[in-house]
Design a protein around this ligand. Structure first.
Ligand code: PLP
Length: 498
């Protein structure tokens, strides 16, 4: 493609992207497609000859676009936000154009030094001490794996790297029952063994219980097993539960375990002075991960990993092949030794664009807007006679369920409630007007309403709530269930503090 043709197509596509971002609402949030439908419309083999961009574009519009779930849609309330923004896309475009591999300083000095700079800006914003150094990984899953590899090596004095897992027998990793599945995956990949992942009980708010952690670590030590790492979560995936890091840190330290914090989503809130209480104890941890691609308006992927022991990190992951040696190795940072892959995208550019274009106050204002919307939604749930909230709302996710006449404290079969709520989820998503996902909280099927898309405003949340409360299953089960008599054992609707 010559420069002129590139210019023509690029201009057209940038126009399309601008319209898309401004008008994502005109699409259904999620598509109505059957498994295999898209694949069935695509050729079995690659074309032998080159095709015109117009033809490729037509297929994008006709085959790909109708089967897209629009994560940028302001009524996307599923999973967690994967935010995006104009400045981020521009940074991404330049990164693609430059095609830089940021593996070592020498392979593109600006990529490394900009990454060092923006990660230090972010470190200051989230309130980590100067001893922490930051690196951009692809995902929180990778960052947690890196943290566990560091923990394993520190615990074995770097001998498991040299001799294999024989010397790492009996190393234990602790995480709460609400920890993300990436912790289990990291334990498996790190060769620690899934049975050495010890799940710690949580309290009523989904937070790890320090007394339970202490008991488990003591029991392990008595049995000759070695505590290796504690993975805490600030903002659990199901309900944004907050592990009490300040109370857990001394326990981890007493047993010599590496303390990692997974704040993949919630870490963005650490830039808000009024949310600092959720992050108490952060200066005491060994590593911390947050995803600017989740809730800081940087497009996927961009995961910020901070480590208080860069020497341990580098010793754990460093490799020195001849072909990667450079004259500056003693005085520069070579990020190839800070993560799993050698090749690294120039992600710092989009983070830099976002931090500068929004400014710190601009970022804070967006987050505060989302937090206020979540609070308002929580109130709507609490005020509704047929819905009940299932968890506190410290951040931007509201967990609740349909429970006919719960206000009156009527008893209803739990299995029936699960079925109604699964049906509600399916009906809501089937409208294409809102998209939600679910989880289980204390065994109960719960809907998660996760607010955080860059352009989500009050009217989008209100429309989402309307779609939910007007769903056919709500009408039918609230009409067909007569006011059940209050159960003597059941208290009226559970109330959660916000
Ligand atoms: N940790 C938490 C608490 C999460 O909520 C998630 C994503 O849902 C992850 C980790 C995984 O994030 P990533 O996709 O960046 O690996």
């Amino acid at each position: 493609m010559d420069a002129e043709r590139f210019r023509r197509h690029a201009h057209a596509m940038v126009d399309w992207v601008a319209d898309y971002l401004a008008g994502a609402e005109r699409y259904p949030v999620s598509p109505n497609v059957a498994p295999g439908e898209v694949r069935g419309r695509l050729p079995v083999s690659a074309p032998a000859g080159g095709e015109e961009m117009e033809t490729i574009w037509r297929d994008f519009e006709e085959i790909v676009l109708p089967a897209i779930t629009h994560w940028n849609h302001p009524r996307f309330f599923g999973y967690f936000p994967a935010t995006n923004s104009g400045p981020s896309i521009l940074g991404e475009l330049l990164s693609a154009a430059l095609g830089v591999n940021a593996m070592v300083w020498h392979s593109s000095p600006a990529a490394t030094e900009l990454e060092e700079c923006v990660m230090d800006w972010l470190r200051q914003l989230v309130g980590l001490p100067e001893a922490f150094r930051g690196v951009i990984e692809d995902t929180a899953s990778s960052a947690t794996l890196v943290a566990l590899l560091c923990a394993r090596e520190r615990a074995t004095e770097f001998r498991s790297n040299a001799l294999g897992m024989g010397v790492a027998g009996g190393l234990r990793v602790y995480a709460s029952r609400e920890a993300h599945s990436s912790v289990e995956k990291a334990v498996k990949i790190a060769g620690l063994g899934r049975e050495n992942l010890v799940l710690v009980d949580v309290d009523d708010n989904g937070a790890m219980r320090p007394d339970a952690l202490q008991r488990l670590m003591m029991a392990d030590q008595r049995a000759g097993r070695r505590p290796c790492a504690v993975v805490t979560t600030i903002g659990t995936t199901s309900s944004t539960g907050i592990d009490p890091v300040a109370a857990l840190a001394p326990i981890a330290a007493e047993h010599g375990a590496w303390l990692h914090v997974d704040a993949a989503l919630a870490g963005a809130a650490a830039i808000l002075p009024e949310k600092q209480h959720l992050f108490e104890g952060l200066p005491l941890v060994d590593s911390f991960v947050m995803n600017p691609h989740k809730w800081l308006f940087v497009n996927f992927d961009c995961s910020a990993f901070f480590c208080r022991h860069p020497d341990v990190l580098v010793e754990t992951l460093a490799i020195f092949p001849e072909y990667l040696k450079t004259p500056h190795d003693r005085v520069v940072t070579n990020f190839r030794d800070w993560g799993i892959p050698l090749g690294r995208r120039f992600r710092a550019l989009k983070l830099w664009f976002v931090l500068r274009s929004f400014g710190v106050e601009g970022l804070r204002a967006r987050l505060r807007g989302h937090l206020a919307l979540a609070e308002a939604l929580a109130r709507s749930v609490d005020d509704h006679p047929h819905f009940e909230r299932l968890a506190p709302v410290p951040l931007q996710t509201v967990c609740f369920r349909l429970h006919p006449h719960c206000e009156a404290g009527g008893a209803v079969d739990e299995e029936q409630l699960d079925r109604w709520n699964a049906q509600l989820l399916s009906e809501v998503n089937g409208t294409g007007r809102a998209f939600l996902t679910h989880t289980r909280l204390k065994g109960r099927f719960a809907l998660r309403f996760s607010i955080g898309q860059t352009e989500t405003q009050r009217e989008h949340v209100e429309e989402g709530w309307r779609v939910i409360t007007n769903a056919p299953v709500v009408t039918s089960c609230t009409a067909s269930t007569e006011h059940p008599p209050p159960s003597p054992t059941r208290l009226p609707k559970e109330r959660h503090s916000p």
